[in-house]
Design a protein. Structure first.
Length: 458
């Protein structure tokens, strides 16, 4: 596809692709493609802020003696995080919602086994969370539903005056991301991407190295989600029921935030710099088709009706206002060891992960990487020093799931400004639609919206 493609061609193509997708898709059809192409006409143009809305930057939580949580989506991840929250003082799970009563019941049992009163249960269909958010005993709504439900749950929570947070991505179209920003500003309630990877041991250590100047001026970062999910995507349960569907809908980076969140922290994005545009390209799709051929032996299985359109490896380059660059990749369809890349290059040195290694200019032993053990003595993050042992015992993703939960509760109990605000959340998810738009236009540069509306340099 050429860059000179005009908007009408793009819309036509979007409708054709959309119709093809809807016909071929055995899972839920989505309007994502058409919405993103519409936004492509002026993706960086901020809609005017409503007169009554105010920025959520730097706004602290009110102090909460006990944080009363509601959890929407009690599948694998929702229950995993409930287990982390239950290990933290000053938390009550007051309500849970799931479309599958048995999954909600398992969450309830976890709470009562931990000595808490049984949470109220909302299992009356896909929109029962709308009743849940109206309760007046909820401080924070956390959602771990499939991606297509994050935005409806978050908007309902904000409109009911509740703080809220979602798993990744927080929204899948630019239109939705703007809606979340506007709803958060209007409600004066926080809306967060609860990005566990920002709380990983290495990520927090590297963040301190960077801010201590050990690596010099940061020039370049690398971020990714490279995880062989083929088996999970084809299971007849859990994520296999919905996640593979996204591979029939869009060609781009489906999961940008695990890699990008930490690098955004190294670069202080939205706090002195911001992502301005990105270009993206995808390889052909092979992995899911080959996996289906190898494992789905029954040709009458509805999976054989699906056509996968997500290129196996998607690579994007992001430019920032200060001229720094980020490589962002996604591949969940090929055999490979797990990696989020998690790299940062500065004028005095470089850190790369998987495995963790560092080189600082003039380092003893010459121009070769060493491990990071020495740096742990001086730069381990205080949160890990304080509660790292408990985090490791809990174990979720090496402990970072606990640190994320602990820090959320700490910021709410102590009345602090949250680490992650709605502007971070929206901009980390934006590469999902932007990569799709860039790929569809022959890797044309796509401008990032400035979700802060000009308030990113402080
Ligand atoms: N941060 C991480 O490390 C991490 C790890 C795994 C998954 N995730 C994310 O967590 C989310 C959930 O993933 P999962 O692995 O738990 O999937 P899952 O399929 O196991 O759980 C999703 C749950 O949501 C329920 N659900 C679906 N629609 C609903 C609705 N309208 N209202 C209420 N409940 C609804 C389902 O019945 C299911 O129990 C996804 O966004 C995923 O990307 C994040």
């Amino acid at each position: 596809m050429t860059e000179s493609l005009n908007r009408r061609d793009l819309l036509k193509q979007a409708l054709v692709t959309g119709a093809g997708i809807a016909a071929a898709n055995a899972l839920t059809p989505m309007p994502a493609v058409a919405e993103n192409i519409t936004a492509a006409t002026a993706p960086d143009a901020a809609p005017p802020r409503a007169a009554f809305a105010k920025s959520m930057k730097g706004v602290p939580f009110a102090r909460h003696e006990v944080v009363r949580l509601a959890v929407v989506g009690t599948g694998l991840r929702g229950r995993g995080q409930i287990s982390e929250f239950l290990a933290i003082e000053g938390v009550r799970i007051v309500a849970v919602a799931d479309t599958v009563p048995e999954k909600a019941a398992r969450a309830v049992k976890m709470c009562t086994d931990a000595g808490q009163p049984a949470p109220a249960v909302y299992t009356n269909g896909e929109r029962d969370f709308e009743r849940l958010v109206e309760r007046d005993d909820i401080d924070y709504v956390y959602t771990a539903t499939p991606w297509e439900w994050h935005v409806p749950v978050l908007l309902a929570a904000l409109r009911a005056g509740k703080h809220c947070g979602a798993e990744c991505p927080i929204g899948t179209t630019l239109k939705d991301l703007w809606e979340l920003v506007d709803a958060s500003e209007k409600a004066q309630r926080h809306c967060q991407q609860l990005e566990n990877c920002n709380y990983g041991y290495n990520e927090m250590l590297v963040n301190r190295l960077v801010h201590d100047g050990v690596l010099g001026e940061v020039l370049y970062g690398s971020a990714a989600y490279l995880h062989d999910l083929r088996e999970i995507l084809f299971e007849n349960r859990d994520e296999g029921l919905w996640r593979r569907g996204w591979h029939t809908r869009m060609n781009g980076n489906l999961y940008p935030t695990h890699g990008l969140g930490p690098v955004a922290g190294y670069m202080d994005l939205n706090r002195g710099d911001r992502m301005t545009y990105m270009v993206s390209m995808s390889t052909p799709e092979r992995g899911l088709t080959l996996h289906r051929e190898a494992t789905v032996t029954d040709r009458n299985d509805p999976k054989w009706q699906e056509r996968y359109v997500t290129g196996d490896l998607n690579s994007s380059l992001i430019m920032t206002a200060k001229g720094r660059n980020i490589l962002l990749q996604h591949d969940v369809s090929n055999p490979r060891p797990y990696s989020r890349l998690n790299g940062v290059q500065g004028t005095k040195g470089v850190f790369e992960d998987y495995p963790a290694r560092i080189y600082v200019d003039g380092q003893a032993g010459g121009e070769r990487f060493t491990g990071i053990d020495e740096w742990k003595k001086t730069h381990e993050h205080p949160l890990w020093t304080r509660v790292g042992e408990l985090a490791r015992t809990k174990g979720g993703h090496g402990g970072m799931d606990f640190i994320l939960a602990y820090r959320l509760i700490e910021t709410m109990r102590e009345g602090l400004v949250p680490d992650i605000d709605v502007y971070d959340s929206a901009s980390w998810s934006a590469p999902m639609p932007l990569s799709q738009m860039s790929v569809a236009r022959g890797s044309a540069p796509m401008r990032f919206p400035d979700f802060t509306r000009g308030n990113w340099s402080a």
